[in-house]
Design a protein around this ligand. Structure first.
Ligand code: TRP
Length: 329
């Protein structure tokens, strides 16, 4: 069985795009792999989060993932900061990571532009910390989106460099977990190509039915088609794309027909779309509401996950220290 590791940003709640883009595949992955899911709260420090909000953010993400179907009986779920060994490995790896290569990382350049008042060393060494997360468990595969591919590439380079420098074959070079056909991209409701937190166009798994109805109602439309069988503008195609994911074949065929015959009533389509989205999110939302109150369970999951992660991590640290030449008196 392969070891798969996935790091999850501890900022913001999960939305429909996360669910179809990654989460649903994560749930399947659990049965075929030895999975680790962790919440990257140390990485979140690069943007100086309010201490009063830090724990709440971690809790939200943990609750969302558990509610959506990440199963602590199948996978190891932990909070990054509960495994201090990762910071030790980060330090060792940093000694073989160079200023120049870090400074030209795309994500670093982006962040430096977005927060010029806070270009801290943690931001610069973000890829090293991510490599430490991955190499800590000697993961074979890492599910990553486009924006994280460069980081994974750097992890491979750091692993190779460490092995070469010390003349060992210790770290594996992890590859991207490819979902291929299963990867579904959910567009925004505002005509944009992607549902995303920073785009502010999300339907969250924790949204109530009312909120979802309101958001779908506000989606961009127009006066409707004037010629039969015309090509749909992007913002209309987007609504159909979401419908193809959440609705039945009959419903989709019906609205395609309405479009093609210029009998489209967007009000009806939106009502149907909202109902079908609510159908997907309601069971998840109900579990979210239950889990939020169940601190005992959350504590148990986080504690047991951290214990398993630390077990692996201590072994890696002991090996790495030995390879590097540390010895106790
Ligand atoms: N950088 C990732 C993101 O922003 C989160 C992350 C941290 C991660 N460490 C990781 C992902 C290790 C995969 C493996 O989404």
């Amino acid at each position: 069985m392969d070891t798969v590791l996935s790091g999850i940003r501890s900022t913001g709640n999960l939305h429909l795009g996360n669910y179809y883009g990654a989460l649903r595949n994560f749930i399947k992955m659990q049965d075929e792999n030895n999975c680790y899911f962790f919440i990257a709260d140390l990485h979140s420090l690069t943007t100086h989060p309010d201490p009063a909000l830090l724990h709440g953010n971690v809790k939200n993400v943990l609750v969302d993932y558990l509610a959506a179907g990440i199963d602590p009986d199948k996978s190891v779920i932990y909070v990054q900061s509960d495994v201090p060994q990762v910071t030790e490995l980060y330090l060792y790896l940093n000694m073989h990571v160079y200023m120049g290569e870090l400074a030209k990382t795309t994500s670093f350049k982006d962040k430096a532009r977005k927060q010029p008042e806070n270009v801290n060393a943690g931001l610069l060494t973000y890829p090293t910390l991510m490599a430490a997360d991955i190499l800590m468990h000697n993961a074979d595969k890492v599910p990553v989106g486009k924006d994280q591919e460069q980081h994974l590439e750097m992890t491979r380079r750091f692993a190779r460099r460490f092995n070469n420098f010390y003349g060992v074959e210790y770290f594996k070079e992890p590859v991207a977990y490819n979902f291929g056909q299963d990867l579904i991209k959910i567009p925004g409701l505002d005509g944009s190509g992607k549902m995303g937190k920073s785009e502010g166009n999300c339907i969250y798994l924790s949204d109530s039915a009312k909120e979802i109805e309101k958001k779908v109602k506000r989606a961009l439309t127009d006066a409707g088609p004037t010629e039969p069988n015309s090509v749909k503008p992007d913002y209309i195609e987007n609504l159909f794309t979401i419908m193809r994911v959440v609705s039945t074949d009959e419903v989709i065929a019906h609205y395609e027909e309405m479009w093609n015959t210029c009998a489209m009533r967007y009000g009806d389509m939106k009502k149907q779309l909202a109902t079908d989205i609510i159908g997907v999110t309601t069971p998840i939302r109900e579990r979210i509401l239950e889990l939020e109150k169940d601190d005992d369970f959350l504590r148990k999951v986080a504690r047991e996950g951290a214990e398993k992660a630390r077990e692996n991590a201590s072994k890696t640290i002991a090996d790495v220290r030995k390879i590097m030449g540390f010895k106790s008196f």
